[in-house]
Write a new protein. Sequence first.
Length: 277
Amino acid sequence: MHELPLLIFTLLVQGSVGITLFLTLAVRKAKTLPAAQRQLLPAMLLACIAGGLGLVASTLHLGYPLNAFNALRHVASSWLSREIVFASLYLAVLGLCTLSMLVRKSPLALLLPVATLLGLIDVWCMSAIYASSTVVTWMHFNTWLMFYGAVGILGAVAMAWLPLLNTPGVMQARTRLLRLAAMLVVAIVAVRLLAQPAYVHYLASAPLNGVVTLPHQPVEAFNQHGGLRLFSWVASVLGAILFAFSAWRHRRNGVLFGGLLLILAEILFRFVFFSIG
C-alpha cells in the first residue's frame, strides 16, 4: 500500500500525543515522590521516539524527503504547512521536557501541558488535511473522530502498560488515572459507533461534482472492505470492554490483551481509512 508511510506517521504521532496527554495528567502527582518522577522517563522517551519516527515516516510519502521544507512556505493557507509547523513545535517542547528529565532528573512540568496543547492542535491540522481534500470518504467529521480517537485510545493503552505512578504513596492516583483511561476508551468507541450511521448516510448521498473526484462510487469503495471493517469494530469493542473491565479491577493480563486488541483495531481502521481514499 503506497499510503503505508502515512499510516505509520499518523498512528505514531497520535499515539505520542496521547502519551503526552496522560503524562500531563500524571506529572503533578509524580512530583511529590522522586521514585514516581523517575517512572515518567520511559513514557517521555516512548512519546519522543514515536513522534520522531512518525515525522520521519511522513517524509517518505513525499518521494523526495527534502521536499518537506517546501511545504513550509504556505502556513497561512495550507493545512499541511500548519501540520508540519505544529508537529515540529510539539516534538521540540516534548524533547526539551525529556532532556530535562534525563539531565536534571526532574520534568519541566509547566511545559508538558504546552506540549500536549501543541500536539492536539497538530492532530486537528492533520485531520483537516484529509477532510479538506478531494476524497469524499474523508470529507466528514468521522475523520476527526478517528484521529482524535486514536490519540485517546493509544495514550490510554500506553498509560496502562507503562509504570506511571506505580509506586507506594501515589497508587491511588494511578488507580484514578487507570479508571479515567478506561472510561475514555469506552466513550471513544461508543461515540465512534454512534457516528457510523451518519457517516454511511453521508457517503450514500455525497454529491459527485467537479470538486469531489475520488472515489467516484464512495459507498461501493466503503463496502469493499466490509469484512475488514466488521473485524476491526469487533476487535475495538471487545478490546474496549476487556481493557476497561480489567483496568477497573487491576487485572494486568486483561489490560494487556485488551490493549493489544485496541491497537490492532486502530491499525486496521487506519488501513481502511487510507484504502478507501
